[in-house]
Design a protein around this ligand. Structure first.
Ligand code: C2O
Ligand code: CU
Length: 486
């Protein structure tokens, strides 16, 4: 159990990443930037594209297993890593992994994670999309101070899902996540295994995000700074390539950006099969040439490379907020390098979702940020987040419909509820009966002026949970509220 962590610590000591200077530097550069002074951004066009291999996250082995419970422990720490070829970047990590470790868990089998905090900031670790008790939800004020630890219990009483974990410490989460504090968490179940989807080496999570760097290769965090975050990372590398065999692959795509939304397409216009979303598999695969991912959302896709000749390269492109040719218009490159046998399949039926129960409660939720001031505040129902306040009280077991509106003229948002996987039943007055939003969701897109109706049944745990815009900078600006299930 200790070996891996000790090895990681030794690595840290060698690079000196936890030394005082290392910790101060990012803060100084942010401050300098805010004053409009000395720091120069790296020019994204000078970063070689498709020059580094995209790493495949390693599945983390539990420290021990007892009965049906697997125990993990992570040390949150700063380390140096190579994101841009030839540069070392200080990042905030779980056990040194950037992007994070990968927990694979089985539905019905408990996972217990001890997080010890060796970062210079407090942290609170939330399992996004997880159905967990309040005490393990990583709520914004349930902080692990530097030098302390906390143990989280994840019951995994839910079906297959593409979960992830990340910091949620209020006002700090946006910088902590920007600096790397995220991890993958795949929840599998037996019905899913029986489908015969691509698995093992052909089932790969990819965290896609943007970032901003200074010319020394250090991350440059400035709040609400979407426009300057123009370097695109896939699994922690700037514009990597990934060698594939000419067969089917399952990619679990995560948008781990603080604020950037992606509209992803393959450069040759080919379709992919979307098989899942935030809360696991869709009922049936969806053939599409476009994958939309707002911050925090997931798309589970199968790409079949068998039609391509060896030597073919295909780029994963982004058309959202990224004119053709701009740095953010490309994400990564697939290179078809060899043939391989393929016994996997994508069945035409993937799962049956539970029937929607009749809703007995309707609520409205209004999302808004100040559009006029760059350091504006964020509001839900015209209120800034206050952890002492309960904004909505929900009766345990009730099924509710929430009509969520983005009343901004120019600023997009999205909307995430803790504790539940919800169903999107209507978008702008049009019922959602098919497509990528017809599965189980925990985060949903809301462009300016849009309105969506989501429906959820609140069971499993009583307690206080937050809901918020998942553009972390907006949540940090106050765009978060509390519900209490009683
Ligand atoms: Cu992914 Cu409340 O968070
Ligand atoms: Cu927002």
């Amino acid at each position: 159990m200790i070996t891996r962590r000790n090895a990681m610590k030794a690595g840290v000591a060698l690079t000196g990443a936890v030394g005082g200077a290392g910790l101060l530097m990012p803060a100084l550069s942010s401050a300098a930037q805010a004053d409009g002074q000395t720091t120069t951004d790296i020019d994204p066009t000078t970063i070689p594209k498709f020059a580094q291999a995209m790493p495949v996250p390693e599945v983390t082995k539990p420290d021990r297993i007892s009965g049906t419970t697997a125990y993990y422990s992570f040390e949150m720490q700063e380390v140096q890593t190579e994101i841009i070829p030839g540069k070392q970047t200080t990042v905030r990590t779980f056990d040194g992994y950037f992007p994070g470790p990968w927990i694979k868990a089985c539905s019905g089998h408990r996972v217990v994670v001890t997080q010890s905090n060796s970062l210079p900031t407090p942290a609170s670790i939330h399992l996004h999309g997880g159905h967990v008790p309040e005490s393990s939800d990583g709520t914004p004020m349930d902080l692990i101070q530097p030098g302390n630890e906390k143990t989280y219990t994840y019951p995994n009483n839910q079906p297959n899902a593409n979960l992830w974990f990340h910091d949620h410490a209020h006002h700090i989460e946006s910088e902590n996540v920007f600096r790397g504090l995220t991890g993958f968490y795949t929840l599998m179940d037996l019905p899913e295994k029986a489908l015969g989807l691509p698995s093992g080496a052909y089932d790969i999570p990819i965290a896609i995000r943007d970032a901003r760097f200074d010319d020394n290769g250090q991350l440059l965090y400035v709040m609400n700074d979407f426009r300057n975050r123009n370097v695109i990372l896939a699994n922690g590398k700037a514009w990597p390539y990934f060698d594939v065999a000419a067969r089917k692959y399952r990619f679990r795509l995560y948008n781990t950006s603080n604020m950037r939304f992606f509209t992803l397409k393959l450069s040759d216009g080919s379709t992919v099969q979307q098989i899942g979303t935030d809360g696991g598999l869709l009922e049936a695969p969806l053939t599409t040439d476009t994958i939309s991912l707002t911050s925090g959302e997931r798309a589970d896709i199968v790409i079949d490379f068998s039609k391509y000749a060896e030597g073919t390269t295909i780029i994963l492109t982004n058309t959202e907020n990224a004119p053709p040719g701009s740095p953010a218009s490309q994400v990564m490159q697939f290179r078809v390098t060899k043939k391989a046998a393929d016994y996997s399949r994508v069945p035409s039926r993937l799962r049956t979702l539970p029937e929607l129960k009749p809703a007995t409660v309707n609520r409205n939720v209004v999302l808004r940020v100040d559009e006029t001031s760059p350091d504006g505040l964020g509001y839900i129902d015209d209120k800034i987040y206050d952890d002492k306040r309960v904004d909505n009280t929900i009766q345990y077991g009730d099924t509710e419909i929430w009509t969520v509106s983005n009343v901004n003229q120019r600023v997009p948002h999205n909307f995430h509820i803790h504790l539940v996987q919800f169903r999107v039943i209507e978008r702008n007055g049009v019922p959602v009966t098919s497509g990528p939003e017809s599965g189980l969701k925990d985060t949903v897109r809301l462009m300016p002026g849009e309105k969506v109706k989501v429906q959820a049944t609140f069971t499993g745990y009583r307690g206080k949970y937050v809901y918020h815009c998942h553009m972390f900078d907006h949540a940090s600006m106050g765009m978060m509220a509390t519900m209490e299930v009683v």
